[in-house]
Design a protein around this ligand. Structure first.
Ligand code: 0RA
Length: 670
């Protein structure tokens, strides 16, 4: 279990922080210990990214995760069942829980309240040497004192032992000693903090990001009520958004949520649990009739995007157990197919959650579990419990095996189709699509590929571009909806084939025939450029769905962007200005007419890229000096996945609900 230092210091047998004799000696020197504290906080402020990942949106949100994690720890220890997160009007955050409350009694040796120690003393010990740095590098578990160090204001209020205590800090430094301010019947901790805007490059919290994380935490930690309140004024109607996240069934409900827009193959998720082992394992899995796999994994409540040993253990046991069952059932023989590991993944949705004492995180984004012992723990749990499930549920077992056989047949068809894509294009001889206007440079790090909606906009883009490093691939109309199509159909689709060959990627590595091979990726910026209307955004979503399902690494590596063509051209005499939003338009009109003369400004609304001439397209949307691009990121793969399957899938009801719910945020297309 992830254990913050603060907690491990307060083990029941030891009321106060355990310290070596040497440290205790130093601690008895009051000013000496203060200097240590200051040095610790200064280290955090000097290198914030080392502690919280970065100082952008992610880091800003990380502050919330850090505090909420402490409340969740209280809940896991059995002392807390309610957590309320409030985004205040000034973008400060309040996290309120009904846990035990941070201890406040005076620590005789440090001559300080334990509360002050928890809030001001950085994780001691191993955290800062190289090996263990990996563990918390950019992830949770750095402690609430980091949040304190990175906040211009933090106030901790503790309800404990019938009393209310409080202490305030500025950039981590206490404003006064912990003081008692009243009596109470409640228990719990309230942390209110305002992130330091001299440290963070952004200051605005994103409701959806916080909501997605709290939803995830609610599923991962059942029976805890997590509430999110946004006290900032909602621009549209002055109301305040609020959501409550609570799950009784935990991972089972998580799987049902992820799969809520898909057709089920088996009536209820299969649940696998081994809470008693060295590494507690919880897994819920289900099969649906789709072709894609959705596997989300967590270690200590942290999403392991890159998988790792726990996921490997799951796959190994899943394949072995299902294959064994399928072999014995005789169904395989009848179908005359060879099944492979991949065939068990089609239509599979699974959430894996393990708790590891000292997780080793590896990989590009440090979200891949490295601890080898997790593999065996998961393998054993899945092997045993899945076997039992199959024996006890023969009807479901048969449905799963039949699905696996279908997947094997489809895989063979898909392989043939994939091989066809990889064949050299006979007409151009280069292997590149005929419609691609390639750039001169062959250095991927500077090359850009514009995926442009329609041949006419494609034409303007070809004329307007800088052909040294910008390539243009026009896409004809709507591309295939990969969410609904079988895999081999995807590789047979002309537009998709063109994208794959233009990008230079291929499929198949030594151990996975479907894996994306990016070694020959020809562009490090792939820019989706569609019209600023409903059709344009639909096409953009279709392209993104394709990338998300088949080339997710492109998004994860930060290679995918969205071009932002302007919405308006304002003209007054020789003064011509572009603008991208309604607000900008209003402001510009005001500015352009401030001389008070009568002639009211000419406004041109761009509906399509084709309405711009090549020069305009270059100067507004393609010129690196002047354009703005939006980078596509995957914040929460599970959330994105849910959204994609809902927006692109078969079921109409959830899509309508989503559109109705979000309609007020969408601008009306004139
Ligand atoms: C140190 C020790 C204990 C609890 C906490 C810290 C604690 C921290 C936070 C941060 C937000 N909410 C929190 N709730 C608790 C253990 C307390 C005990 O042993 O009584």
């Amino acid at each position: 279990m992830r254990q913050t230092l603060q907690k491990s210091l307060f083990l029941p047998t030891c009321k106060y922080p355990k310290m070596s004799e040497e440290k205790a000696q130093k601690g008895s020197n009051y000013s000496g210990s203060n200097i240590q504290v200051l040095e610790g906080l200064e280290a955090v402020r000097k290198r914030p990214a080392m502690y919280i990942g970065d100082v952008g949106v992610r880091g800003l949100h990380h502050l919330i995760w850090e505090v909420v994690d402490n409340s969740i720890d209280e809940a896991l220890a059995g002392y807390c069942d309610t957590v309320v997160v409030t985004i205040n009007p000034d973008n400060s955050i309040t996290v309120d829980d009904n846990g035990r409350g941070i201890p406040t009694d005076i620590q005789p040796k440090l001559k300080k309240s334990a509360l002050e120690v928890v809030m001001t003393v950085l994780h001691a010990g191993g955290k800062f040497d190289k090996d263990t740095y990996k563990v918390s590098g950019g992830l949770h578990g750095v402690g609430v004192s980091c949040v304190n160090a990175l906040s211009t204001m933090l106030k901790a209020t503790v309800h404990r032992d019938g009393k209310i205590f409080e202490q305030e800090y500025q950039r981590g430094i206490p404003k006064y000693d912990v003081r008692e301010v009243g009596s109470t019947e409640k228990r719990g901790t309230t942390i209110h903090f305002l992130p330091d805007n001299t440290i963070f490059s952004v200051s605005e919290y994103n409701y959806e990001t916080v909501a997605a994380r709290l939803r995830e935490l609610a599923f991962l930690n059942p029976k805890i009520r997590l509430t999110l309140k946004d006290m900032r004024e909602n621009e549209e109607n002055g109301t305040h958004r609020s959501d409550e996240f609570y799950s009784e069934g935990g991972l089972r409900e998580f799987v049902e949520y992820v799969d809520s827009t898909r057709e089920k193959l088996i009536p209820a998720p299969i649940y696998i649990e081994n809470e008693k082992g060295e590494i507690p394992v919880q897994i819920a899995m289900s099969y649906n009739t789709s072709f894609s796999e959705n596997l989300v994994s967590y270690v200590n409540n942290i999403n392991t995007h890159e998988g790792g040993t726990h996921v490997a253990g799951f796959r190994r046991a899943l394949t072995r157990t299902l294959k064994g069952y399928a072999d014995r059932s005789g169904l395989l023989e009848k179908a005359k197919v060879e099944i492979s590991g991949d065939d068990f993944r089609e239509g599979l949705t699974a959430v894996i959650s393990v708790k590891v004492q000292e997780p080793q995180f590896e990989g590009q984004t440090k979200t891949k579990l490295g601890n080898s012992e997790a593999m065996g723990a998961v393998d054993t749990a899945v092997g045993e419990m899945l076997q039992t499930y199959l024996e006890e549920n023969p009807r479901e077992a048969k449905q799963i095996v039949n699905k696996v056989i279908l997947a094997a047949q489809a895989r063979i068809a898909a392989r043939k189709a994939r091989e066809m894509v990889q064949r050299k294009n006979v007409l151009t001889g280069t292997g590149l699509p005929g419609k691609l206007a390639d750039c001169a440079s062959t250095d991927p790090s500077i090359c850009e590929l514009y995926l442009v909606e329609g041949d006419s906009a494609g034409g303007s883009a070809k004329q307007g571009r800088d052909r040294n490093f910008q390539a243009i691939l026009p896409l004809r109309g709507k591309i295939l909806n990969v969410e609904k199509a079988q895999e081999h159909k995807i590789y047979e689709n002309e537009e998709i084939k063109n994208m794959i060959t233009a990008l230079g990627v291929s499929f198949g590595t030594e151990d996975d025939e479907k894996a994306l091979n990016m070694k020959k990726l020809r562009y490090h910026k792939i820019i989706i450029m569609t019209d600023a209307d409903v059709d344009g955004s639909h096409i953009r979503t279709l392209i993104l769905t394709f990338f998300f399902r088949y080339m997710r690494e492109l998004i994860e590596q930060g290679y995918v962007y969205i071009a932002l063509p302007p919405l308006y051209l304002l003209k007054r005499g020789r003064d011509e200005r572009y603008c991208w939003t309604e607000d900008e338009r209003m402001a510009l009109i005001k500015e352009m007419t401030k001389d008070g003369k009568e002639d009211s400004v000419n406004i041109q609304r761009y509906k399509g890229l084709g309405e711009m001439n090549p020069d305009q397209l270059w100067s507004t949307t393609m010129d690196p000096e002047r354009r703005s691009l939006k980078k596509v990121t995957i914040e929460s793969a599970a959330e994105a996945d849910h959204l994609f399957s809902m927006l692109m899938g078969d079921e109409v009801a959830p899509r309508r609900e989503f559109i109705e719910k979000n309609a007020k945020y969408a601008k009306i297309d004139i």
